[in-house]
Design a protein around this ligand. Structure first.
Ligand SMILES: C[S@@+](CC[C@H](N)C(=O)[O-])C[C@H]1O[C@@H](n2cnc3c(N)ncnc32)[C@H](O)[C@@H]1O
Length: 197
C-alpha cells in the first residue's frame, strides 16, 4: 500500500472513501459500488505481478482505485458506459493519486479483451432486469440488453487463455463458462474466485 497519509485516511472505512464523491453518488455506494473489504479480497486473488486487470463496468471507479492502492504491482483498468460515472472515477483517481489505474469511457462490447489478463465482474447487467435498482436514466435498459451483454461476456471469457483469473461478485454461476474452475468463495458466498482451465 502507498504510504501517503492523505490517501490512507480514505481507506479506513467505506464512508471515508465515499467522501471522494458527491452525495448522490455516495447514496448509491452500498448497492452499486464494491466495498473496500471485497476489493482487497478480490485484488489479492487477481493481482499477479505485472497483470492487467479489467473491471467490467467500473462505475465511479471504487474497485479499481482501492485495488490499485492495495496492489501497485498490477494495473487496474475500468470500462464504464456512463460518462458522468467515468468522470467521477477520474476525479477520485486524481484525488488519491494512484498511477496504476486507467479508466475508459465506452461500452464494454467495444473493447479489445486481448489487452487484459484477469477480470472483475460485479453483476453489471442486473439493472436491465430489475428497474428498482437503476443507477440513473442515462442509458437504455432492457431484457434484450441483459441477454446480449451476458452472452457477450460469457463468450469473451470462454475465449481467454488457460490461467485467466476471474472474480465475480453477486453474479449467477450460469453466467460463467464451465471452463472456469471455482477456486475459493470462503470470504463470502457471493464473492467467487475462478481460474480458467
Ligand atoms: C454494479 S456497478 C459496479 C461498479 C464497479 N465495478 C464497482 O465495483 O464499484 C456496474 C456498472 O457497470 C456499468 N455497465 C453496465 N453495462 C455496461 C456496458 N455494457 N458497458 C459499460 N459499462 C456498463 C454500469 O453503468 C455500472 O456503472
Amino acid at each position: 500500500m502507498y504510504s501517503d497519509t492523505i490517501s490512507i485516511s480514505y481507506f479506513r472505512k467505506d464512508a471515508a472513501f465515499d467522501t471522494l464523491y458527491p452525495i448522490h453518488i455516495r447514496e448509491l455506494s452500498q448497492m452499486h459500488w464494491t466495498g473496500l473489504d471485497i476489493s482487497l479480497e478480490a485484488s489479492n486473488f487477481l493481482a499477479t505481478p505485472g497483470a492487467r486487470i479489467l473491471d467490467i463496468g467500473s462505475g465511479v471507479g471504487k474497485f479499481c482505485i482501492a485495488s490499485g492502492v492495495y496492489h501497485p504491482e498490477a494495473t487496474f483498468y475500468g470500462i464504464e458506459q456512463r460518462e458522468a460515472l467515468f468522470n467521477y472515477a477520474e476525479s477520485a483517481k486524481a484525488q488519491i493519486g494512484v498511477p496504476n489505474v486507467q479508466f475508459m469511457h465506452g461500452n464494454l462490447t467495444n473493447l479489445d479483451y486481448d489487452l487484459f489478463d484477469h477480470f472483475y465482474f460485479f453483476n453489471p447487467f442486473y439493472e436491465n432486469i430489475e428497474p428498482s435498482i437503476r443507477i440513473d436514466y442515462n442509458v437504455n435498459t432492457s431484457f434484450d440488453l441483459y441477454n446480449y451483454y451476458t452472452l457477450f461476456i460469457y463468450e469473451m471469457l470462454n475465449k481467454r487463455p488457460a490461467g485467466t483469473r476471474l472474480v465475480t461478485f453477486h453474479a449467477p454461476e450460469k453466467q460463467i463458462p464451465i471452463s472456469y474452475q471455482l477456486m475459493n468463495n470462503s470470504y463470502s458466498p457471493v464473492l467467487k474466485m475462478w481460474i480458467k482451465k
